[in-house]
Design a protein. Structure first.
Length: 113
């Protein structure tokens, strides 16, 4: 019973780390898969992810030719973020939390729990 509860708590922690809370964190991109030469590949295996400041995530692909595929994958995800492409790197600006967004987070947290 204790092992099952520990697994459940571990899963909940993993899911909570994917929430977009107004601070840049690369774990929110964990579930995104990009079409990399016909194979669905996790974003972290197709590009270098970085957090230069608390409001920005940078994505630098290993192969520049998949830049458009990375943008499509991010737009198709349910994150609600718009990628900014400068030809070599993609930047995701994380907006600060508003009162409305906080209420949505509470609803999502209740559903997860």
């Amino acid at each position: 019973c204790q092992r099952k509860m520990e697994n459940t708590i571990g899963h909940l922690r993993q899911e909570l780390s994917k929430l977009r809370t107004g601070r840049a964190n690369v774990t929110i991109l964990e579930g995104i898969k990009v079409d990399y030469y016909g194979t669905p590949t996790p974003l972290s295996q197709a590009a270098t992810l970085g957090v230069p400041d608390s409001q920005t995530i940078t994505i630098q692909p290993y192969d520049i030719s998949i830049l458009k595929d990375l943008e499509k994958a991010i737009l198709a995800s349910d994150l609600g973020l718009t990628p900014n492409n400068d030809g070599k790197i993609i930047r995701l600006n994380i907006p600060s939390l508003t009162g409305e967004r906080r209420q949505q987070l509470v609803k999502v947290l209740k559903r997860m729990c």
